[in-house]
Design a protein around this ligand. Structure first.
Ligand code: UGA
Length: 350
């Protein structure tokens, strides 16, 4: 019988891409819930995709019923935007922790396989050159540095899920996305200063003739991962061939994509210049250095470097990311500047 996968937050950045890969690569059925469906027009039309418009904090009966009905549960609903960790930490706690813990407990109760999104943020300010799932320390700042609430919440969720696995037989996998980037990340039209992840913010600023703000000079580094590469790993986790993913934690990132935020900004500006309709905007863009305190407030603290070890994902999932920085940014820009139909474009170029 075809596998039934429940995806909560199916219209999100990861949820929408994951659904599309599942529908095109497998024979699985998807039951998906979200508050809107603007990112999944092609999925909605598909016979193996069953969408319900709802909210995980309200439609609890629908969720309980579908956890019982499905084989695998992938709860992707969470606030994952740093500016909100400092602006509205209680909301982050209520949604990311409280609402998700109820889902975790139902997976334990109904003995369902749980694929849970941990985060690269969990390593915090770890000093290791490469972050390892099983040996790296998780290093967070003091309590008034509210930025760490998200990392701390995710850490406790990871620990509780791990404990349910070890002591009550929960079949789980934790995966840690490292700065996934691609079409549909955040809404570029709505990228008010500081309200979206860095790539979307920079594209928004270029298109609106605003300065690119380099927080603390843009020396901090991230390992960016193209969404299709990242989601490929998640599909392999759900597939769980020979139980390769059960009870394991996987960093999903691209160690070859370790760039400073300044390098990211320069590459983006360079690429926008290759789009004739937008070249004039890229030509006149200016970089402005700003302190993190001024940009995010005093409750913020940054991560200076973040490179994943992907040995575990390579060995167990046979997975390796392949997309380089320019290709990733070009595909993202094509989506925003040329056409808003990434799936169709991906199909046509295959
Ligand atoms: C992100 C978020 O916490 C989550 O989305 C996720 O869990 C995780 O990391 C991930 O995607 O792996 P962060 O990497 O700090 O955290 O997210 P961004 O908001 O994309 O910022 C990246 C860096 O760019 C930060 O150092 C930030 O200060 C800088 N930045 C951001 C700027 O220099 N200028 C801006 O306009 C925006």
């Amino acid at each position: 019988m075809a596998r039934k996968v429940l995806i909560l937050g199916v219209n999100g950045f990861i949820g929408s891409s994951l659904s599309w890969q599942i529908l095109t690569r497998t024979d699985w059925e998807i039951y998906g819930m979200d508050m809107s469906c603007n990112k999944i027009p092609h999925c909605i039309e598909h016979e193996r995709f069953h969408f319900f418009e709802g909210d995980i904090t309200i439609n609890k009966e629908w969720i309980a019923y579908h956890i019982r009905k499905c084989d695998v549960v992938v709860p992707l609903v969470a606030i994952a935007t740093p500016s909100l960790y400092v602006k509205d930490p209680i909301r982050v706690y209520d949604l990311d922790f409280e609402a998700n813990m109820q889902i975790v407990k139902q997976c334990v109760k109904y003995k369902k396989r749980l694929i849970f999104p941990s985060t690269s943020e969990i390593y915090g300010m770890c000093a290791d050159k490469e972050f390892d799932e099983y040996s790296s320390n998780l290093v967070l700042g003091p309590i008034p540095k509210e930025r760490w609430i998200y990392s701390c919440i995710k850490q406790l969720l990871d620990r509780v899920i791990w404990a349910y696995g070890a002591h009550e037989g929960l079949d789980f996998t934790l995966f840690r996305p490292f700065n996934f980037v691609g079409p549909k990340l955040d809404d570029i039209n709505d990228a008010k200063e500081g309200s979206s992840r860095v790539v979307t913010q920079f594209i928004h600023n270029i298109l609106h003739g605003r300065a690119i703000k380099l927080v603390d000079g843009g020396k901090q580094r991230r390992s960016f991962t193209f969404i299709d590469d990242g989601v490929d790993a998640i599909v392999r986790i759900i597939e769980n061939k020979d139980n390769c993913a059960s009870g394991r934690i996987f960093n999903i990132g691209n160690p070859k994509m370790d760039f400073s935020i300044r390098e990211l900004a320069e590459t983006l500006v360079d690429l926008v210049k290759t789009y004739p309709d937008y070249k004039h905007l890229a030509d006149k863009v200016v970089f402005e250095e700003i302190s993190s305190e001024e940009y995010y407030g005093s409750a913020y603290q940054d991560v200076s470097h973040r490179v994943p070890s992907v040995r575990e994902a390579k060995e167990r999932l046979g997975w390796e990311p392949t997309t380089d920085l320019r290709t990733m940014l070009k595909l993202t820009l094509d989506y925003h500047l040329l056409h808003q139909d990434y799936e169709l474009n991906a199909l046509q170029t295959k």
